[in-house]
Design a protein around this ligand. Structure first.
Ligand code: AMP
Ligand code: GLY
Length: 430
């Protein structure tokens, strides 16, 4: 039987999912709030709808007789889309609303780690009284990360001693109208991501990836959803030691075991500290951009993973090509604080050369492709070294055109990767 797969979401991550499924024997349909031209071109049908409107998505899934749904972003997971699809008899690869709290509620996430003795949890306290939180900042010996408990698209966290002073941190706590926040020990080190495919008790992890959260080159500026990312041949990144990746996988394994019946992608964001990997956060989905590093090097057919997951079977072992990847995002000028939406972008997909081009939150209209307030498109280079993959991505940016857009050209460069290595060596020697 040919599977009819409905993909939910219209960003770069979902374009990467669409491309990996388009290579398989499936009939692909998609729905998203924006018409992503890359996904639309790969799909037999594309419906523009609000993906957090579970009734609308279920109605579309039923109209195409979907046999499997794949949920890309966190918003629909938080809205209970998986529960709604399954109530309608459609298997969805993604966690139910309750399990997705591991991402959607950071206070729950930390308590869950503490209660289940999951290693790698920083010291933390949760607050719903903001004055009490400010007092905690005054009394705490050391720097803290301030995290709104709910979803903020990666943009809500402020780290004292890094982005803000203690006074600025307190002003942020008082002036934002968050109901609940987490204050936790500031972790110092290098960040990396490990994504796991999870279902029926199987946990299959992908190679580590490093994302770049800060908006500007040299890791300056506000946090974003992620400006680009790289991975190396094999599972490790150049600043990691033997055993660091395995520690991260152990943390993911322990988390899946404690979550019971989790299915979908579990994304672990780690800080590699002098004491090993600590958990920055978990996400209940692929990373964006990290999906664009991982899926292009996945040799196993993603369709086979989905079918095994649905059929209650163990997931197949995954194999990945021994290639490095570098992903660079082009985002609207002013992103993330004051993004210029509605600009028309000229993207010449044909001239991306060896690179892969992924459309993100752009909207295809009758007369062209327009930016939204979020990231616009990404290019990914694949090669046998990070440096070679970086050159491929840069060449592709030149031809795709980046007028009216901003890019972090430093991602994946030898210089930046060396800084990560030196930083880690310095911390380990201290
Ligand atoms: P999150 O939304 O939890 O991914 O946080 C966004 C970014 O804030 C992370 O990628 C880190 O760079 C930073 N961050 C979050 N928690 C901490 C922490 N405990 N210590 C240092 N940095 C953090
Ligand atoms: N790359 C960060 C995220 O997907 O949340």
């Amino acid at each position: 039987m040919r599977e009819i797969v409905l993909l939910i979401g219209g960003g770069g991550r979902e374009h990467a999912i669409a491309r990996s499924l388009a290579d398989s024997e499936v009939d692909l349909y998609a729905c998203a709030g924006n018409r992503n031209p890359g996904i639309a071109a790969l799909s037999s049908g594309f419906e523009t709808l609000d993906t957090a409107d579970t009734d609308a998505v279920v109605a579309y899934a039923e109209s195409i007789d979907a046999t499997i749904a794949v949920v890309g972003p966190e918003g629909p997971l938080a809205a209970g889309l998986v529960d709604a699809l399954e109530a309608a008899g459609i298997y969805a690869f993604g966690p139910k609303q309750a399990a997705a709290r591991i991402e959607t509620d950071k206070a729950f996430q930390r308590r869950f780690m503490a209660e289940n003795g999951i290693p790698g949890c920083p010291d933390f306290e949760t607050f719903d009284d903001m004055e009490a939180a400010c007092e905690f900042v005054d009394d705490y010996d050391g720097d803290l990360a301030i995290k709104p408990a709910g979803l903020t698209g990666g943009k809500g966290v402020k780290v004292i001693g890094d982005q803000v002073t203690a006074d600025e941190g307190k002003a942020y706590i008082r002036d934002s109208d968050y109901d609940r926040i987490v204050l936790e020990e500031r972790l110092v080190g290098e960040e990396f991501t490990v994504q796991a495919f999870v279902a029926n008790g199987s946990v299959r992890t992908a190679p580590a990836v490093q994302d770049h959260k800060r908006a500007y080159e040299g890791d300056e500026g506000p946090n974003t959803g992620g400006m680009g990312s790289y991975s190396a041949p094999g599972t490790d990144l150049p600043f990691m030691d033997d055993g660091d990746y395995d520690r991260a996988v152990e943390i993911i394994d322990a988390t899946v075991e404690a979550l019971e019946d989790y299915k979908g992608i579990l994304y672990g964001q780690f800080m590699l500290t002098a004491d090993g990997p600590k958990v920055v956060e978990f996400n209940a989905r692929f990373g964006d951009p990290e999906a664009m590093n991982t899926l292009p090097v996945l040799e196993t057919d993603f369709r086979d993973v989905l079918i095994a997951a649905r059929n209650g079977e163990a997931l197949p072992d995954l194999s990945f090509t021994e290639e490095a990847t570098v992903c660079k995002y082009a985002v609207p000028e002013g992103y993330p604080t004051d993004p210029e939406a509605g600009a028309r972008v000229e993207i010449d997909a044909e001239s991306a050369g060896e690179a892969l081009l992924y459309y993100a939150s752009v909207d295809e209209r009758d007369d062209g492709i327009y930016t939204t307030t979020s990231r616009s498109f990404a290019v990914v280079g694949r090669a046998n070294s990070i440096g070679a993959a970086e050159s491929i991505a840069e060449d592709a940016l030149a031809v795709a055109g980046e007028e009216g857009l901003q890019v972090r050209h430093d991602i994946g460069t030898d210089e930046l990767v060396q800084r990560r290595i030196d930083h880690m060596a310095e911390l380990r020697d201290a």
